[in-house]
Design a binder for this molecule. Sequence first.
Ligand code: ZN
Ligand code: ZN
Length: 353
Amino acid sequence: MAKKDYYEILGVSKSDTKDAIKKAYKKLALKYHPDKAPKNKKTEYEEKFKEMSEAYTVLTDDKKRSQYDSMGQDAFNQGYSQENFSREEDISNIFKDLFGNSFFGGSQGDSFRTTGDDLQYELIIDFKEAAFGCEKKIEIRKDILCDSCDGTGAKDKKLDTCDKCNGEGRITINRRTPFGIFRQVAICDKCNGEGKIPKQKCKHCDGRGVINKKQKLTVNIPQGIDNNQFLKIRGEGNAIKGGENGNLLLVIRVKPHKVFKRDGDDIYINFPISFSQAALGCKISIPTLSGDTKIKIASGTESNTVFRLKGEGVKNVNNYRTGDQFVNIKVETPKSLNRKQKKLFEELAKLEK
Ligand SMILES: [Zn+2]
Ligand SMILES: [Zn+2]
């Protein structure tokens, strides 16, 4: 493929702002959207559309743009356009950004459904709770449906048909833009898309249909979760009138352990042995997550010798892999010797000569 000049493709200049680039792209996207192509020009339109969408993603991303400015297309030659870009999804996401959901005949079902806010909660758990999984009781403040109006927001649940949208829940707006007038379907702002409005507001929730309350919740923490990972609990976020609950995002913080250190699924520990144990060899009892296990230390073992205990790490949270435990032997040089020890070492020293 020939080298492409993203600026040229969008008809903008290097000094143009992000807004100007967006505008230029919008204009071209309307012109070359594959849905609008005449039959004999479908491929041509598609190619053009792909090209400019690629240019758009690069030039509206500050990091990518500066990479492109300094290195040109080479910066993205690693299959950027093929792999990361040509997917329909990306293009339709750009469109959602630019034009909103309902533009090119976006599906009506989904786009009109409202969703409550997602909530975030930080949950601190112990090292072993993370390694083995656990059940936690938490208390969060969130919007729940008002029980005195069943979430309708109406006193005695009595509702009228919305007069702004005639109960449709949506209204059509004519939007004037530099490229012409667009008809856009939008959610009715009077009834929030529900098509109904309360005869009288519910006093308990002031018509909101939800009240903010502390709620107790039991959550299952999966085995193998690690520090700073998120756990998404569907439907446990804020409720909203006439819509779906948001989600609850648990941010997991794992307390450090005195003995065990964790890196991914593997566990690391340092284990001290004495000078004579190292010289003579011995059997030692090593702590693992699942209990103590014995390992044999050969005579003459040096400090920083690492033993690997297969499968004694953490079960991966996403698959069936289990990590290992690495035991780093630290030979400790005796620091304060009693008289007898000193004498023995002196005799040893003589022999060494
Ligand atoms: Zn209420
Ligand atoms: Zn309405």
